[in-house]
Ligand binder design. Sequence first.
Ligand SMILES: COc1cccc([C@H]2O[C@H](CC(=O)N[C@@H](CC(=O)O)C(=O)O)C(=O)N(CC(C)(C)C)c3ccc(Cl)cc32)c1OC
Length: 346
Amino acid sequence: TIQKETTKELIECYRLLGLTSRSFAAVIQALQPELRAAVCVFYLVLRGLDTIEDDMTIPFDTKAPLLLDFHNILYKEGWTFDGNGPDEKDRHLLLEFHYVVTEFLRLKKEYRDVIQNITQRMAKGMCHYADESITVITLADWDEYCHHVAGLVGIGLSKLFAASGLESEEFYGKECEHLGNQMGLFLQKTNIIRDFLEDLDEGRVWWPKCVWGKYAASLEEFRLPENRGKAVACMNELITNALEHIPAMFTYMSKITEQSVFNFCAIPQVMAVATLNSCYNNPRVFQKVVKIRKGLAVRYMLDSKNMDAVALIFDEQLKELETKMNPSDPSYKATTLAVHNARRLV
Ligand SMILES: COc1cccc([C@H]2O[C@H](CC(=O)N[C@@H](CC(=O)O)C(=O)O)C(=O)N(CC(C)(C)C)c3ccc(Cl)cc32)c1OC
């Protein structure tokens, strides 16, 4: 393909990307040229959706139409939005969203169709959950919520990989709708478990009630030191559920043939298993957001180059998780099985 010159707007898009997530921006920029711009635009479109959905200062009857029209806004040259509250972290993104629109329009139709389709499906899901009365009750609800906010991203990326020609047609198939979804569920469930306190402080509950309802009458109880045992047992049960996505993740990763796509997909997954391990049986999750050490994160970014390396990292993290398991934990048997199934692949 003829190397398209890097336009002023694309440079602005990479600047915006760097502002939203420095470490991950570098991983996107390491992608092959034919995929790089499409993934950068896709990431910024998703971030734009998030910046609207996340902003509690935008009333629902302004927010819903905006979300539902977002897949059309992608075609509106010059579109920007300054309706975000003053504290909204990525408000500058929507103020300068016209750069994203310009670069979106420069993408080949196959990429634009994928990004527009995922945006429309995600916005519908976001509207459903933006209604305060909707809460995540069952484990099926939990998977459905995570599908809308993260599974769809995995599905969309799989279609972009196939459309770039860097990955086989197989990435288009029904199977990759399933496996791409699983990639998102593993990351999103890890984020939801890790961000418990931050979300609760903002009045957002993404932990499924069918689980936490067995340990407390209200999630506020998990703030109290005397309930720490219940809180940790509840978290261990959710971590066990998240571990069940690991076999599908390995299947997805083993289908990737292009190195920069492999790195792009592997790095967030290894960070997630390290995050789950650092949260497991850890009462500090109920005092502050537990992050993995920078040194470990850097080592994992450099090491996740192939399946053996990724399997080794998962084995290392799951072995350490097992050392923290306690037979008195209500999920002990289920966690043992989930870890065994996840490590079976090594
Ligand atoms: C096949 O699927 C994927 C393959 C590679 C990466 C991701 C996934 O990884 C980042 C990784 C990332 O953004 N990491 C942050 C750290 C953090 O947010 O905790 C970072 O490194 O700053 C992530 O977290 N999300 C956000 C969702 C999970 C909601 C999808 C995300 C958002 C937009 C895009 Cl295009 C991609 C991803 C995939 O998505 C499933």
